[in-house]
Design a protein around this ligand. Sequence first.
Ligand code: 4AZ
Length: 851
Amino acid sequence: MDRPESGEKHHPKLPPQGDAPGLLEQFLPAYDGKMVQKRRIPRMALVAIVLASIAVVALVTGLLVWHFHFRPGKVRKMYSGYLTISSHTFSDAYENYNSTEYKELATKVSKQLYTSIYKQNGWLSRYHVVSSVQGFSEGSDNGIIAYYLSEFNVRENRLSLVEEALDKLMVGGETARQSRSGIGRTTDNSLIIVGMTSGAVDARLAAKNLKRSSERLLHAHANQTDSFRSPGFPESSYPSNLYKEWQIRADPEHRIRLEFDVLDLEKDCRNDFIKVYDSLAPTEKQVITEKCGIRLPGERFIFLSSGNVMLVTLYTNEEKNFPGFRAFYSQVPGKIKECGGELTAGGTFTSPGFPSHYPPNIECVWNIEVPQGKHIKVKFNKFSIHSPEEKPLDCPTDYLELKYRICGEKPPKTVYSIKSNRATVKFHSDMSHVGEGFSGEFEAFEPADPCPGKFQCDNDLCVSTNLKCDGYNDCGDMSDERGCSCNDTQIKCKNGFCKPRFWSCDGVNDCGDNTDEENCGKCKASFFTCRNGRCIYAQKECNGYNDCGDGSDESQCEKSIVVRCSDISYKCKNNQCISKLNPMCDGEKDCEDGSDEAECKCGIKPYKSSRIVGGKDSNEGEWPWQVSLHTKTQGHVCGASVISNRWLVTAAHCVQDNEKYRYSEPDQWEVYLGLHTQSETSKATLKSVNRIISHPRYDRISYDNDIALMELDSPVTLNQNVWPICLPEPTHDFQTGKAVWITGWGKLREEIESVAPVLQKAEVRIINVTVCSRLMDDGITPRMICAGVLSGGIDACQGDSGGPMSSAEENGRMFLAGVVSWGDGCGRKNRPGVYTRVTEYRNWIREMTGV
Ligand code: 4AZ
């Protein structure tokens, strides 16, 4: 509603009333019958009247036109924050918004906010529409904190002034507010307000009805973890155009710990998102975090509040709804033990609450002291401290202060040296936006010999001397690879680095300056090299035509356009072909008939539980498609992957008979689904096998076509620990260098016999086929895909066979890129693991199983 504003009213000038000199006298009938003489109007005056009337009409018309067309429009603005009230004592009744106490105090607070704060500032009261209380919590010294929301309706041209005035309501911190007029003053019945914050509400939320809903009031309890979830989760997607909030409280002197184990929202944060606040009101000044998209394996979404309240909000727009989230909350003591102290002998120190994100509003100080004469070296294995994008250099918000302030993201093994035997380390976080924090270790070193027996990198890291000039960036800053003279097995890059010779022409720019990818029979600059070796003009890539003849110029386009079908274009159910790379289940409808997004109940973890086990052990429920195949006599033998409630994919070599065992017979097998620890099979779902279909062209010499299907004797119920992985279409491209996950209970080292008790996970990278073939003595067929870490140490091993190589695609969904097949030993340098390339078998799997 457009309300009239005092002081801005416009009174159009009206012609003077009553007698005016020069008017003609007229005689009007009088009650006593006497005739009054009428005066005649002179001509000049008549002209003047007409002119004046025209001017008035023009003026009024002008004003109306200005009013409706040019006058600045009004903007609805929401502000929010809290008031600290010292004149009342907190009681449980103030948590229940139906209680009389709550209602009375809420009315008083809203009134006094207007009269004592906005009205004192003449400006603000003029634009104020309404204020309401969102909740109360106990303040320090028994007082009460009232969380409020105020609505303003401001002319666009006054917006910045009003915003400035509202933002200033907090300047100087809470206590400085006491001296402001209307605050800290006690009149007869009024509240004593000793502190106040005020900040804008996210404009997207402000457009919604921000009313608190009763069933969303949660209270954390001692030694207990409770949960809440987005509407419909996990059975259905969340609704469109939603705003929901959950207020969480804890006992005094406690913080709230919040952990999202599932988060699967639209990936564009402008459309759907959650926000967590360090308050009961949605003020931007106290946002702890904003999240959208999907939580990837290994990502920790654990947050701590600074006090005993927290607010979680969910916003969704009109389009595209996703499964949503589930979160666990509990209370933890307010005092965090990792916050500061005296450190001497050497050891570790972490940000408060680590591995949770650190809480807002905290300051910790550590004093490090090592023996006299020695210096201090601090190495961070994790470093992620929130810094505003535009000002990462001066770290104005959150920082760790060593010699100077540091913030932002640092790679693992970042080292700082301090030239003294004493150091004070300070960690500071402000009232909003938190990071994952840091985990550091410190040690004393001899200044004359900082890396005894090792090579000292420019960044002060010490690495083994035989890692110098080996072609790998072991220091992290390349300093171990500079100034090297290359040996026979290496090529010399133009920039001076030496790289393994077999890395040349593998499609990856290993030198950094492309030397290793030059002269590889590729097309000249400004041409596109087709997969079939043809050269086409670069402009022809992604133009909708199959210029290469094999479709490769249309297979990796960012946007989907309908193209002529080829072996590498994605085919929709309606037989249309589209050009986009890997469009299936990427969260965007690319096919006109929507078939690319129709069958996507796969590849995400629907309900994973929250327990985290250290090292490389997986979390429970982290890989719900992972299966353990036991035989009745040997226990765990192979892995497999769930692809539907009836079918598993495994390796053909797992189901081949030998002299001793009849592995090809279904009754030999026991299938454990949802298993985490081998000794806890009773917790898993046990199934028998009805049918085994080994690939008809499996070759036991070359391991070509090493894939098999197993049908369960009865459907398994899909649940938090049992869930299918997505199968990639034949055109799906897992690019060289992509990081993928391998999982299994296989041997932890080549030379030991026993299998791993807890499901293991490891991250490896896809390796170029030509490179892999060279490394593996030409044993790689087009139906195999290699992955590993060429420096060795990370790999699949015996017992992992048949299990998944899982690849997180665009929107975080997991696809079965490979099946663990073979290798030369385990974890050897330059001997990657070999996997069955699942894209080659997509149609066969569909034919055999209907999946
Ligand atoms: C095996 O024996 C096996 N390093 C599986 C994978 C690898 C090696 C051996 C890969 O089942």
